[in-house]
Ligand binder design. Sequence first.
Ligand code: DAH
Length: 379
Amino acid sequence: MLTASPHCNITLPILNKVGRNLHHQEHHPLNIIKTIIEDHFSKTFRQPSTSASSTEDEPVFRYFDNMSPRVTTQQCFDDLLIQPDHVSRAVTDTYYFDETSLLRPHTSAHQTELMRAGHKAFLATGDCYRRDEIDYCHYPVFHQMEGVRLWPCSEVDDAYVIADLKSTLEGLVRRLFGDDIVFRWDEAAYFPFTEPSLELEIWSEERQDWLEVLGSGVIHTDILRNVDMADHRGWAFGLGLERWAMTLFDIPDIRLFWSEDPRFLTQFRPSSKKTEDGREFVRFAPFSKYPPCFKDISFWTPESYHANDFAAIVRDVAGDLVESVTLTDEFTHPKTQRLSVCYRITYRSMSASLVDDDVNALQEKVRQLAVDTLAVELR
Ligand code: DAH
């Protein structure tokens, strides 16, 4: 843990991810998805031009992908009308440098700064950080893209903005998932920074379920007023690049994005084998599946206990060797009201077989750290 501020909960493994910029890395699946989306916006909307025929309602989209992930609570929460007691502000959920600066948990943190700088149509992509559970689709670092488009109030009303938001994002989803994609809008979604809020879901044949692919909505008028754009209306959206890439390339585990194994990275090069069934995105071919190793741990929790703190310990000890941490049992003692929990930790390497002794050593460290830093009582 960095100790500059007592409020700091950023550990070295997390800090070491800052600057990796997977979304900049050529032929990395996250970079491929980002590039296709930017390219789609470039084709759909007007390009910089001096021609007199260009109309004002076709904006030029600007692309930002190099903004520092260190942001302030003002940018990240206050400017977006996120309530003071909202769970996303908690130290159990977010990585803080100190009380007012943090690693952005979403790229929405750049909305107001870019609007203040006068941008009215932009995509902002970057690495985001959240303390969370551990499983195949949750990793403390992931990547998001934020999109914003504004118009002068004199040109549009809310119905127009919503219709444009829907047609733009439906076009985007069709561009990536194909014309046959089945989608639906969840209009009961809620985000503090949009009114109304909408989520777009696509039907996943593989999972036989709906998959949420982005959050969006009409930008709250208070946000526009605070950035001196009270005379504008507009929409915003945010999407997670990992989720799109995992679905499009069939990537089964989010840890793979961090792999430096050429067997992962070379699969996405344009020159590698083309799909036989005419797919644009190659289906990721697992290069090997090494056996998992399960370890259980159970303990009595103190009152202040939070599952994300335990996940952080396991992640810090085992790095990318941990595949999942699953709560398998919990019960409250009828007399003392103390909560006991049991987790199954799945260790699995992506590139080698794990040796028993190594896993036992990791598990021992997890047990020790849980006692030392979380004040749990092992059972
Ligand atoms: N920031 C949201 C998240 O991380 C995603 C999002 C939802 C962004 C709605 C937006 C929006 O711009 O309008 O879950």
